[in-house]
Design a protein around this ligand. Structure first.
Ligand code: BJW
Length: 245
C-alpha cells in the first residue's frame, strides 16, 4: 500500500515542478536540525524558557544590556558550531527559488543561497543602537559583549537584528513583498507563522493566487492557507521535495 506521506510529497513535488516563479519563506525550524534553537517549540524553544521582551526588545536592552548581549553571545557560539543541514543544501541547489527568511543566522548563505532576503536582520554583525550607522562584523566563536559605539561613543553596540516593536529593514521588506507578489508558489518552511508583519507574506502570496506548500514538524497558524502541507522535519522533506535526496 502507498504511504500517504509519500503521496503528499509527490503531489507537492509536481506543483513545484510546474512553478515558473517559486519562492521560499523560512523560519527557525529550517535551522533547528543544525542545532540552532527555535523560539516557540515547547520545552526547548527560547521563549518557553525566557521572556522575549527582556531579550529581544529595545526596552529589554535598555533595562539589562548585559543579559541581552550574553544571550546573543550564547546563540552566536551555537551558530558558529552549526553547519548547513540537508534542508539548507536542498534549497541552495535551486537558485531559481528566492529565499525570504526570518532567520538571522548565516546557514542559508553558507549553504550557497545567493538570492537571500533576511527580514529580521543578520546576527553576524553588531550595529550602533544610537543609529549613527556604524556596523561591525562579529567573531561568532568569540563574540564581543557590551561596548560603546566606537564611532559616536553612544551606548551601545547591539546585534543587527529586528527586535519586537522595531520596524523591519526597509529594503529587505520591499524586496520580500515584491518576491511574494511575483511568485506563483511559496514554500513555507519551519515557521510558526505568528510574527507579523513577516507572516503576512504567506497571506499575501495566497491572496495573489500562489500555491502554498508548508513543510513543518506540526500544524501552524498558516495551515488554513496550505494547498499542500507536509508534516515532518525540513531536513528530511526538502531534499525529497526538491529532487536532491
Ligand atoms: C520544524 C523543525 C524541523 C521545528 N523541521 N519544522 C500584528 C498582529 C499582532 C502583532 C503584531 C502585529 N504587527 C506587529 C506586531 C508585533 C510583533 C508581533 O508579531 N508579535 C506577535 C508575536 C504577537 N511584531 C513586531 O514587533 C515586528 N515589528 C513590527 O511589527 O514593526 C512595526 C511596529 C513598530 C512599532 C510598534 C509596533 C509595530 C518585529 C518582529 C521581530 C521578531 N524578532 C525575533 C527575534 C530577533 C531575531 C534574532 O535574535 O534572531 O525574530 S522573535 C523570533 O520570532 C525571531 C524569529 O525570526 C521570529 C519568528 O519565529 P519563527 O522563525 O517562526 O520560529 P518559531 O520558533 O516560532 O517556530 C519554529 C517552527 O518550526 C515551529 O512551528 C516548529 O514546529 C517548527 N520546527 N523544528 C520543520 N526540524
Amino acid at each position: 500500500m502507498n504511504d500517504p506521506h509519500d503521496e503528499r510529497i509527490i503531489l507537492a513535488s509536481r506543483a513545484i515542478a510546474k512553478s515558473q516563479n517559486p519562492c521560499c519563506f523560512s523560519g527557525a525550524g529550517l535551522s533547528a536540525p543544525s542545532g540552532v534553537g527555535t523560539f516557540r517549540d515547547p520545552g526547548d524553544g527560547w521563549w518557553s524558557r525566557h521572556d522575549p521582551m527582556k531579550l529581544a526588545s529595545p526596552d529589554g536592552f535598555a533595562e539589562d544590556p548585559e543579559l541581552v548581549m550574553k544571550w546573543y553571545a550564547a546563540r552566536r557560539i551555537q551558530m558558529a558550531h552549526a553547519q548547513p543541514n540537508a534542508g539548507h543544501l536542498a534549497l541552495a541547489c535551486r537558485p531559481d527559488i528566492i529565499q525570504i527568511t526570518q532567520n538571522t543566522d548565516d546557514l542559508l548563505k553558507r549553504a550557497g543561497c545567493d538570492r537571500l532576503i533576511q527580514l529580521h536582520g543578520d546576527i553576524t554583525s553588531d550595529r550602533c543602537h544610537g543609529n549613527c550607522g556604524h556596523v561591525e562584523h562579529v567573531d561568532m566563536s568569540n563574540p564581543s559583549l557590551n561596548r560603546y559605539c566606537p564611532a559616536c561613543s553612544v551606548w551601545g553596540m547591539r546585534p543587527t537584528v529586528t527586535w519586537f516593536g522595531e520596524s523591519l529593514p526597509t529594503a529587505a521588506w520591499a524586496l520580500a513583498e515584491e518576491a511574494t507578489l511575483n511568485c506563483d508558489l511559496m514554500l513555507v518552511v519551519g515557521t510558526s507563522a505568528v510574527v507579523y508583519p513577516a507572516a503576512a507574506l504567506i497571506e499575501l502570496a495566497s491572496r495573489a493566487g500562489a500555491t502554498i506548500v508548508i513543510i513543518n514538524s506540526e500544524s501552524t497558524a498558516a495551515t488554513p492557507l496550505a494547498d499542500h502541507e507536509l508534516i515532518g522535519s525540513a531536513e528530511e522533506i526538502l531534499p525529497r521535495l526538491l529532487g536532491s535526496g
